[in-house]
Design a protein around this ligand. Sequence first.
Ligand SMILES: Nc1ncnc2c1ncn2[C@@H]1O[C@H](COP(=O)(O)OP(=O)(O)OP(=O)(O)O)[C@@H](O)[C@H]1O
Length: 304
Amino acid sequence: MSMIEVRGLTKRYGPATVVDDLTFTVEPGQVTGFLGPNGAGKSTTMRMIVGLVAPDRGTVTVGGRRYRDLPVPLLEVGALLDAGAVHGGRTAYHHLLALAVSNGLPRTRVGEVLSRTGMESVAAKRAGSFSLGMRQRLGIAAALLGDPQVLIFDEPVNGLDPEGIRWVRDLMRSLAAEGRAVLVSSHLMSEMAQTADHLIVVGRGRLIADTTISELTRTGGAGTVLVRADDPVALTRRLTEAGATVHEGLESSLVVADMAAGDIGRLAAFHGIVLSELTPQRASLEDAFMALTRDSVEFQGVAA
Ligand SMILES: Nc1ncnc2c1ncn2[C@@H]1O[C@H](COP(=O)(O)OP(=O)(O)OP(=O)(O)O)[C@@H](O)[C@H]1O
């Protein structure tokens, strides 16, 4: 069963449709990346999943039930939506304890999540004195408190240093490895490439792609092949005669379009031309993402 099912979800603010007929699922045992440029509607969608924003149309269920029908939501779904939403005067320990007690969770969970998020040494410090990285960890600890099968993180690496980013990334992976469904938003493709199994790409509130990382690079790939040969001039002639398009690349390499790598290799062998490199080129993930979302970015830079 899908852990999160979003069906035709739509949200309007005044004249603007910020989430537009969105349908996707989030599966257990995977990190699902929720990717889109700023303002694409990711936060609004996540808020609708956890019942903080009411949709104008469509439905969303967590573990087969609507959020408002979950008896103790914290046991089913944990969310980090806004790391700033912590009572600054409370210590990390007391913040988590208050949450545990008000949700009927055993006090022992507090120590467990403090340990999992590496916060034991700062448990007695006031949350108000925390760095952004520590506030993120505290928010993640709160999300884990009910040991839920579904986790939702809105831009969890924003503002973190490289070590913090790696920590969050490893945590997401380990949560998925435990069989949980993890939905994590980002506007950075490079970040998702290292974390997500599955990608939901949105732009202007609409679904642009529901895909995997490898599928995205394949379809967004430039489809060219980088070739190095002992006789590039002869190879260029043979390739062109056979219908390929050939451009000069860097350091006397050739960039070949309209012919697959295997065919280039066979053609070279047939004509006795030695190849020292034959590499299919893939568009970078960033290129693939930009190509996908080009029409849906709200404000585009203008080239000088
Ligand atoms: N309460 C609100 N009232 C009016 N407009 C809103 C409200 N919340 C969000 N919006 C608008 O909805 C659009 C989508 O915002 P949302 O925060 O969901 O996008 P996002 O993809 O999470 O972007 P970001 O990465 O910038 O947070 C934006 O144009 C935003 O200004």
